[in-house]
Design a protein around this ligand. Structure first.
Ligand SMILES: Cc1cc2nc3c(=O)[nH]c(=O)nc-3n(C[C@H](O)[C@H](O)[C@H](O)COP(=O)(O)OP(=O)(O)OC[C@H]3O[C@@H](n4cnc5c(N)ncnc54)[C@H](O)[C@@H]3O)c2cc1C
Length: 386
């Protein structure tokens, strides 16, 4: 009775093919594929074709909806390999084709036709609006409210840092229907068209990663009750099933960053000589590289374990937290070390290191800050060992 620590052969093949494509078609264009934070149309078309040829187009979409329907382990391989390059934006504008937010698959009838299908056909875009000026890590304290009025709900509040709001046709909006209950049954989820009267785009923020999320102002926005997904107060519960999936995705993408950091740092340590010897000969550098390799290995085990468990339908909440928290922190340390090994040239925009550094730094805050991940893990420890 032994545990298997190798990927299935077909996934190894997928990994090799993707790596070849990223190395030959994407990495050489890291300095000319983007205009600001957007992928230039010619590169978008080219990379999308590449993904189709590799069989990972619409990888996230079940086969019954025309997607590749890949399992979570296979998707993790794809996210890792694409994570090795900054020739594509880290957030949004994805080259693997349309991908619907998990919650949209729960829609039925007219709602399904109005929201899910157009997203999968690439005709509509959706943004996710949860964060507020006074509620980020603690969404249970959100102040945006939806109050029942006849057959409608009337929504008032402000959302902040919403990625893609400027391009979105509709938003998945999280609101408080019972502020006293907070995240324990007081949050509901609505689908709201961006052109609904009372929805206004506010400030757009500049960030160090180039992302430009928006503020959304909701001023007496009247939404029919049937625009609610699930029942009142179920907003958080509905999202739960997909959260583990998202955390594994984070971990997987971070593995790509860490692996690229290791490749670049090791290669440069052979090229660069100081005081008459290559950096690679110095123990101080070797230990750094050794640690990066070992931590990358640990990260892979965590991501593959969480992905496999979720794919098999097992409960893997803590495992998914481990994958996100460990890998996002580990990859930041790896790219920071890579920058250190490169010295001054690592700080220039001639190399992709500074961009990877800025992006990876941001993932320790967005989509679940590291402290929040640690708090949940600690809660598990208290329950298990307390
Ligand atoms: C570029 C970008 C894109 C984004 N896109 C979206 C989006 O599309 N949709 C959306 O809804 N949101 C989005 N966000 C918001 C993002 O998810 C939040 O910024 C994030 O959840 C952190 O919330 P906050 O900024 O309010 O920080 P806070 O919650 O105020 O936290 C501040 C610091 O305190 C720490 N902290 C918080 N609570 C505790 C605790 N109990 N113990 C110890 N430390 C704690 C946090 O870890 C953090 O380091 C985006 C943000 C950015 C910057």
């Amino acid at each position: 009775m032994t545990m298997s620590f190798t990927l299935p052969e077909e996934l190894q093949l997928l990994q090799r093919n993707l790596r070849r494509y990223v190395d030959t078609e994407m990495i050489p264009h890291e300095r000319d594929s983007m205009a600001g934070n957007e992928l230039k149309p010619e590169f978008k078309a080219r990379f999308e074709k590449g993904m189709k040829d590799l069989g990972v187009w619409m990888l996230d979409v079940p086969e019954e909806y025309g997607g590749a329907g890949l399992g979570l382990l296979a998707k993790s391989i794809v996210w890792t390999e694409l994570g090795r390059t900054v020739s594509i934006p880290a957030r949004g504008d994805h080259i693997t084709g349309p991908s619907a937010r998990g919650i949209l698959y729960q829609l039925r009838g007219k709602m399904r036709e109005r929201y899910l299908l157009p997203v999968l056909e690439g005709k509509k875009e959706c943004c996710f609006a949860q964060t507020e000026p006074d509620a980020g890590s603690d969404p249970g304290s959100m102040r945006t409210t939806a109050v029942k009025d006849g057959d409608d709900y009337v929504i008032n509040g402000v959302k902040r840092f919403i990625t893609g709001a400027g391009k979105a046709d509709f938003m998945q909006l999280m609101v408080a229907t019972d502020r006293a209950k907070g995240s324990r049954g007081g949050i509901s989820c609505f689908l709201v068209d961006m052109n609904t009267p009372g929805v206004k785009l506010g400030a757009q923020y500049e960030t160090m990663m180039g992302d430009r999320p928006w503020e959304i102002i909701l001023d007496n926005v009247r939404v029919p009750a049937h625009q609610m997904v699930g029942n009142e107060g179920e907003g958080f519960k509905l999202a739960q099933g997909w959260l583990g999936h998202g955390r594994v995705k984070h971990g997987a993408r971070a593995l790509g960053v860490a692996e690229r950091a290791l490749e670049m740092a090791t290669s440069y340590s052979h090229q660069r000589a100081t005081f008459g010897r290559p950096l690679a000969d110095r123990q101080g550098i070797q230990w750094m590289l050794g640690d990066m390799f070992m931590n990358l290995d640990v990260g892979k085990l965590l991501v593959y374990r969480a992905a496999s468990m979720i794919e098999e339908g097992q409960e893997a909440r803590v495992e998914a937290y481990h994958a996100k928290y460990f890998c996002d922190e580990m990859a930041f340390k790896a790219i920071d070390n890579c920058m250190q090994v490169h010295g001054g040239i690592g700080l220039t925009t001639d190399l992709p290191i500074e961009k990877m550094w800025r992006q990876q730094r941001s993932y320790r805050i967005t989509e679940g800050a590291s402290e929040v991940m640690r708090t949940v893990i600690a809660r598990h420890v208290m329950k298990t060992y307390g």
